[in-house]
Design a protein around this ligand. Structure first.
Ligand code: BEZ
Length: 409
């Protein structure tokens, strides 16, 4: 099969200005006036991108950050992909798995989108695969949701992840806690796929490195943020360390409650996502928390410094891992579209081009698509110091999800 591998070339991009960022946002308004054709193939026909993300509820900031990052990268491309104008259509996923099939179907069948960028929530993503499997001409670019199955047993030619698998997000911290001599560990997370899989991978890494089973594993219903009774239990257990997954509004509440319960200075807290996009709201309660992640605001590379600066210029905010994942989702599409000169007509060629993606100038550092369509990427060890996730070390280089039952190609 003839296909091109999309590789970033480090070419200078057009300078980002507030005006061109806002023009990208203006594409939303245009969404209602464009008469859709089933699958546009090139020229001046707009490339239709559906953004299916949470814009309300506990993950609202995550959805907003992904959208901002995506628009930033789009603006750097002059708001054209493969020479084509871009039409963005946004849908609030509400991080609600029960609404996922209806929302995805409306974008694919109703709006005829070429790409869906979404979602944030693992359960929403799993439900969406039912629509995506029946719509092989529409590409799904996942800018966050980590459900392992998306790039294992539920993998598909048209499903690509620009973020991480939940296994990748949890595994590296296991060995780190053993290295630090923590023997009695408690885990705590929301009780749904993301939390359960991140903690499961953490325990796998911990036990593999010589640690024993956690002394307690606490599950909290999603999106419940009533943590007090669990914190009282943790205080009574007196573990050496606590490892958690919470994100967005839940992470803010958990970290403040943990400090408020007097645990911050006695039982060290480790986590995945618990200090992402939340540091300002968490304040001093977050100081000292150690996490592993495939990016950090303090990553000292030219690509990340430029990204952080551009993001601040257009949003007046500090970029987050979610913004970075939105940015890279747009970069992934931009590369493939440039490589295909904007022609999305040959689905096999489009999927093969995305599958061969090598990202050399990402803010997270270089990464590439695995054969299962999941990023192979470095994971960093970070510690909150002075309101920033300061990189202490590279925890694991080029970490690849172990895969599993997925037959592609
Ligand atoms: C997830 O549901 O996959 C997820 C949500 C927020 C942060 C990380 C993962």
């Amino acid at each position: 099969m003839k296909h091109r591998t999309a590789v970033t070339d480090g070419r200078p991009r057009s300078p980002l200005t507030r005006r061109c960022f806002l023009t990208a946002a203006g594409g939303l308004a245009a969404a209602t006036t464009f008469a859709p054709s089933a699958f546009a193939i090139g020229g001046n026909t707009p490339l239709k991108v559906g953004m299916m993300l949470p814009y309300s509820g506990v993950y609202a900031k995550l959805g907003g950050d992904i959208t901002n990052g995506f628009k930033l990268r789009l603006a750097e491309e002059g708001n054209r992909l493969g020479g084509r104008p871009v039409e963005l259509i946004t849908v609030d996923s509400e991080a609600a798995p029960s609404k996922a099939i209806g929302n995805a179907a409306r974008l694919v069948a109703g709006k005829g989108v070429d790409f869906i960028v979404g979602p944030v929530h693992s359960g929403v993503a799993m439900a969406m695969t039912k629509v995506m499997r029946k719509s092989p001409k529409t590409m799904m670019i996942i800018p966050n949701a980590g459900a392992n199955a998306l790039t294992r047993e539920a993998c598909a030619q048209n499903i690509f992840r620009a973020s991480f698998s939940n296994w990748q997000a949890g595994y590296p911290m296991g060995a780190e806690l053993v290295k630090r001599g923590h023997k009695r560990v408690v885990t705590m997370t929301w009780n749904y796929a993301a939390g359960k899989q991140i903690i499961e991978a953490f325990v796998e890494g911990y036990e593999k490195a010589g640690g024993g089973a956690p002394i307690a594993q606490i599950l909290v219903d999603f999106p419940n943020t009533e943590f007090q009774a669990h914190l009282t239990r943790i205080a009574a257990l007196k573990p050496d360390a606590v490892m958690v997954f919470f994100s967005g509004g839940g992470a803010v509440k958990f970290v403040k409650d943990y400090a408020g319960a007097g645990l911050k200075d006695t039982i060290p807290l480790y986590g995945a996502f618990v200090t992402e996009g939340t540091l300002e709201a968490q304040g001093t309660a977050a100081e000292g928390i150690v996490s592993t992640m495939h990016w950090a605001d303090t990553l000292n590379t030219p690509a990340n410094i430029a990204f952080m600066k551009a993001y601040r210029k257009v949003t007046s905010e500090t970029a987050t891992v979610f913004a970075m994942q939105g940015y890279d989702s747009a970069a992934l599409i931009a590369q493939a579209m440039a490589s295909l000169d904007g022609d999305t007509g040959d689905t096999a060629e489009l999927t093969a081009t995305l599958a061969g993606s090598v990202m050399n100038d990402s803010p997270r550092g270089p990464w590439r698509m695995s054969k299962n369509h999941n990023p192979i990427q470095d994971f960093y060890l970070r510690r909150v110091e002075g309101g920033k996730n300061v990189v202490i070390a590279t925890a694991v280089k080029a970490l690849e999800d172990p895969g599993g039952r997925c037959r592609l190609g």
